[in-house]
Structures are given as C-alpha cells and as structure tokens.
Design a protein around this ligand. Structure first.
Ligand code: FAD
Length: 404
C-alpha cells in the first residue's frame, strides 16, 4: 500500500498540501506533482491582499521552499499541463508528450476565473485575478490616479478594490445585483462593507449590466460609459472538471467526491476548488472555494491513500481582509430562521449569528475573533443557545458558551 505511485494533478494549494500530508502520514512510494504554472505551490489569498499592496514578497507566497520537494522525494513537474486521463491504463498524458502511470491519482486542478462574455472582454487592459501571473499583470495598474473598473462585488473584487484604494487608484465597482456579496453574505454585512468602501472613496454602480468593454472603459446596458484604464473581471470561478468529465467521472458543480475525497473511480481522488463535496454537518453537498476546505480534503485523500481513517469533518470556514477589517465566516446559513447581532457595526467590531431552531448554523464576524471562535464551537456542538445572552455583548463570549 505505502509503495504505491501517487500522481497529483495540479500543483496549487490542495495539490501541494496533499503531497506534504502523504509524506506526513507515512506514504513511502513515489509522488509526482504536476502543475501547469511555473511556480511551486503557493497561496492565492495574498494575491488580492498583502501581495497586491506590496506588503508580501513572492517567496512568502510559496507553501514550502523548493528544497522541501527534493528532500521529501516529490517529483515536482512545473510548467506541465495534464492533457488527458487514461482510467483503463491508469496513466495521465502530459503536455510534454510523456505519460505518467499511477496507482492512485489525486485531481487538484482548482477552478478558473469566470470570463465575461461581452465584446471587448479580450482587450489587453481587461483581466481576472486567479493566479500569480494575473496579479503581476494587475499590480502596476493600481498606482495613484489609475482608473480601475471592477466588474463584480464579490470577495475577490472587493479585496482588490481595497488594495487598489490603498495604492491610490480610483475604483468603480460594477455589480449586477442590488447589493454586494449578494450570494455569500447577509444583507447587513453587505451594507456594512458598502459603507466602508464608500468612505474609502470606492464608487459603486448596482444593477449594472455590462454591454461591452471598450478601449477607454466599460459600456453599460443603459448606454452609460464608465471610464477606466484597467478592467478587472471578478465574477466568480468555475471548477476545472473538464478532464474528469471527458472520462466519465461523476460530476455536478465540480467532481463529486465523498468524505474521503474519493471520486466515482476508486483509484481517483479529487480535492479543493474543483470538487462538489459533502458537508456532513449540514446534510448536503456543495462546491466550496476556500483554503480550509482544500486542506481538509487534502488530509482526507492522504489518510485514505495511506490506509488510515480520514479525520473528522470540519466546520467550513473562510476569511477576507479588506482595509483594517478581518472578516471570518464559519458554517453555512442554510435554512436559518433567526439572526442575532452581537456588537455594534458602527464600532467596526461585531458578529452576526445565524440560527435554526435556536441552534447556531453560521457566524459572520468582523474584527471579532472571539465571536468567530465561539461561533465555530456552537456550530460543532449543535445545541440550542440563549439568544438574549448571545446578543448581549456585555456578557463575555465564554459565559455565553458556558450557559448553553
Ligand atoms: P488552486 O490553488 O487554484 O490550484 C489548482 C492548480 O491546478 C493551479 O495551479 C492550476 O493552474 C493547476 N491546473 C489546472 N488545470 C491544470 C491542468 N490541466 N494541468 C496541470 N495543472 C493544472 N480562500 C480563503 O479561504 N480565504 C481567502 O481569503 C481567499 N482569498 C483568495 C483570493 C484570491 C485572489 C483567489 C484567487 C482565491 C482566494 N481564496 C481564498 C481561495 C483559495 O485560494 C482557493 O480555495 C485555493 O487556492 C484552492 O486550492 P486548489 O488547489 O483547489 O486550487
């Protein structure tokens, strides 16, 4: 078992992490880690935050130093695409014309930025923010006086807006919905972030339908022209599941996996942003795009390949940094019937707890790490809670927890 040849397709956060967990859990067989980017596995979150603002260098993005791969006996093949999977012959075909055989294949191909299908979207001042190469393209375009239009008011767009403002650029965010973070945050949180971004000088257009992108900006369906030197499209991401679909591996919104990261093929695992994964604590499957989810699944796959039990399911969580605001979200606000506000948004530190039948199912905490940590525990425990005490920020979180 431990001498098996493991091939990891995709050298991103999930792929790099599963290689490390395999060695940590005792896998002694060969590991080949193949990625089409030319950089060793790195963290993407700083690309819209610290790195974009010049507060982190390229080396600090790397998950592990290059020496680690040599010492751990991981054959790292960068700048190499996976072109096809041969499920019968158990091998993958690479873009350099060679093939690599596997006993176990771990798909960790991530997601790709969704493109805007309008005339002009291929112009050279239009881009997305998914990779280090994208961030390299964007960074010099955010200096003082540069005019940036960001299409999409989701997390990546808003983080880029905050970074761009701190670098002195003029920023307009064009959002199709009537509020920011419409698919992923409570309306109160959307309103809080809108107010803060406006105070920082970001301009917003809601209900914005983009008709075309032109040399000097973005044309809306209303005919209005939004002047811009650079257009950043941040309208979500799509799973890189085409290779799996081609060979009949079961997919939904991404490759369908179980809680051990197994696909419908017993020799093939899938992890990270490309998966449609079960969330046992919430009784459903979803595709998540977050580092904690990628790490959890990397552990699941590594443990299963090494013949040990996968770790207990984790509460999904996520973070976002904008200006001096650290947002931390845990759980999923599905089927909730109550929201409890703790703290005052005007103070810049507060938390929103989402409950179903008085049981906390999700927490959105802004500059409130204690509330975030306690919220995660409430979600894991699944017991009902005294909502009056929860809302009373004069009662320390520990005492709220003690009464549940
Ligand atoms: P990726 O890291 O995207 O890695 C997939 C790799 O596979 C890539 O290198 C890709 O090029 C490669 N690949 C794809 N197809 C092929 C192929 N055919 N052959 C070879 N290689 C291939 N998450 C958080 O939790 N908090 C945050 O604050 C946060 N901020 C983010 C900010 C930005 C700008 C972005 C883009 C993402 C952010 N995320 C954040 C999400 C997080 O980075 C992802 O969830 C995480 O990177 C997922 O890891 P992954 O390995 O599944 O995908």
């Amino acid at each position: 078992m431990s001498g098996e040849q493991v091939v990891i397709a995709g050298a991103g956060h999930a792929g790099g992490s599963v290689a490390a967990f395999l060695r940590q859990y005792g896998h002694q067989g060969p590991i080949t880690l193949v990625g089409d980017e030319t950089i060793a596995p790195y963290q993407r979150p700083p690309l819209s935050k610290a790195w974009l603002k010049g507060e982190a260098d390229a080396e600090s993005l790397l998950l592990r130093p290059l020496d680690w791969y040599v010492e751990a006996g991981v054959d790292l093949r960068l700048g190499t695409g996976i072109e096809a999977i041969d499920r019968v012959g158990c091998s993958v075909r690479l873009s350099d014309g060679t093939s690599v055989a596997y006993d176990r294949l771990v798909l960790a191909l991530g997601a790709k930025a969704r493109r805007l299908d309008v005339p002009g979207s291929d112009l050279c001042h239009v881009g997305v923010l998914r990779s280090a190469a994208d961030a390299e393209w964007l960074k010099p375009r955010l200096g003082p006086g540069e005019r940036v239009a960001i299409i999409g008011g989701g997390y990546v767009g808003l983080e880029a807006a905050a970074s761009a403002r701190s670098l002195g650029a003029e920023v307009v965010v064009l959002e199709r919905e009537s509020r920011l973070l419409a698919r992923v945050a409570a309306p109160m949180l959307s309103a809080f972030y809108l107010e803060r971004h406006q105070a920082e000088g970001v301009v917003f257009v809601f209900g914005a339908e983009v008709r075309s992108i032109e040399g000097n900006g973005v044309r809306l369906a209303t005919g209005e022209m939004i002047a811009a030197d650079t257009v950043l499209v941040g309208i979500g991401a799509l799973p890189n599941d085409a290779l799996a679909r081609e060979v009949g591996i079961a997919c939904s919104d991404g490759v369908i996996v179980d809680s051990a990261a197994r696909t419908s093929d017993p020799n093939i695992f899938a992890i990270g942003d490309m998966t449609y994964r079960p969330l046992p604590l919430f009784g459903r499957s979803l595709r998540l795009e977050s580092v904690p989810s990628a790490l959890e699944q990397a552990k699941q796959a590594a443990a299963t390949i090494c013949g040990t039990l996968p770790p207990a399911p984790e509460i999904p969580w996520f973070w976002s940094d904008q200006y001096d605001l650290k947002l931390q979200i845990a759980g999923l606000p599905l089927d909730c019937d109550q929201m409890v506000v703790r703290g005052d948004p005007r103070s810049g530190s507060f938390a929103l707890f989402h409950l179903a039948d008085r049981v906390v199912r999700a927490v959105e905490a802004v500059n409130a790490p204690g509330e975030f940590m306690a919220g995660r525990q409430f979600i894991a425990r699944g017991t009902s809670i005294d909502t009056y005490r929860l809302a009373d920020s004069t009662i320390p979180m520990k005492q709220v927890a003690a009464t549940t």
